[in-house]
Design a protein around this ligand. Structure first.
Ligand code: SAH
Length: 225
């Protein structure tokens, strides 16, 4: 599909994604739309699927994992209300695409991935794109960021889970600042609810946004295996 004129082909596909899949649904935040325009999704998908980089769905990235659908990346970013004062914790680096999108809006992103191979290739892509405000960690993100390496404030302003959990892991709730927001796909079956959870005076207020389908988060406070 994409021949010699690769770049303009991607541009056309990206414009279609913005118009049809993002603005055509409920992505309204101009900062989110600007970032979705800026970050090249084709950099994050394997060569075998590059021609589908702007298709309206998830794509395989190896290790039985997927890069999320662009609309879901935009929706989660919009709902998180990230700004340049925010330190964001992401669980499930995967390809690094959501990480890159967040990095353009946040002060800093801390991202955890269970597979070293995925973390390493995400790191290489982000470095190539000149993104420097991201810290990577390989391990079980359900237990939170390693305590000895927490940011000076000791917690995060925003937390995003890009894999499904049976419930929001307790250690993550503990690493959220008062006034902070967590977003996560929550549920036991193949379909989960996308949940926004706000922390106010040590209480948590949850709201469901829509149904989503994510791969499972495997770990101590996630699914077994
Ligand atoms: N945001 C990613 C989506 C990745 S899919 C992207 O846009 O590409 C979810 C990722 O969560 C997978 O890479 C999977 O390996 C990872 N994951 C699953 N369980 C995890 C855990 N306990 N800790 C950290 N990462 C985990």
């Amino acid at each position: 599909m994409f021949g010699r004129d690769n770049k303009s082909q991607f541009t056309a596909a990206k414009e279609r994604m913005l118009r049809r899949d993002l603005k055509g649904r409920d992505i309204r935040d101009p900062r989110v739309l600007a970032v979705m325009t800026k970050v090249a999704r084709e950099e994050f998908v394997p060569d075998s699927h590059r021609n589908q980089a702007y298709s309206d769905g998830p794509l395989p990235i190896g290790m039985d994992q997927t890069i999320s659908q662009p609309y879901i990346v935009a929706l989660m970013t919009q709902e998180l209300r990230v700004n340049k004062d925010c330190e964001v914790l992401e669980i499930g680096t995967g390809s690094g695409y959501q990480t890159a999108v967040l990095s353009k809006l946040a002060k800093k992103v801390y991202t955890i991935e269970r597979f070293a191979e995925l973390s390493q290739s995400a790191r290489i892509v982000l470095e190539r794109l000149g993104i420097r405000n991201v810290e990577f960690h390989v391990g079980d993100g359900s237990a939170g960021w390693p305590r000895s390496q927490l940011p000076p404030s000791g917690c995060f302003d925003r937390i995003i889970l890009t894999a499904a959990v049976p419930q929001i892991p307790k250690p993550l709730m503990g690493q959220l600042v008062d006034g902070g927001v967590i977003i996560a796909p929550v549920g036991y079956s193949g379909v989960q609810e996308l949940i926004i959870c706000e922390k106010k005076a040590d209480q948590f207020f949850e709201r469901a946004i829509c149904d989503v389908r994510f791969v499972k988060l495997r770990g101590k406070y996630g699914f077994e295996g």
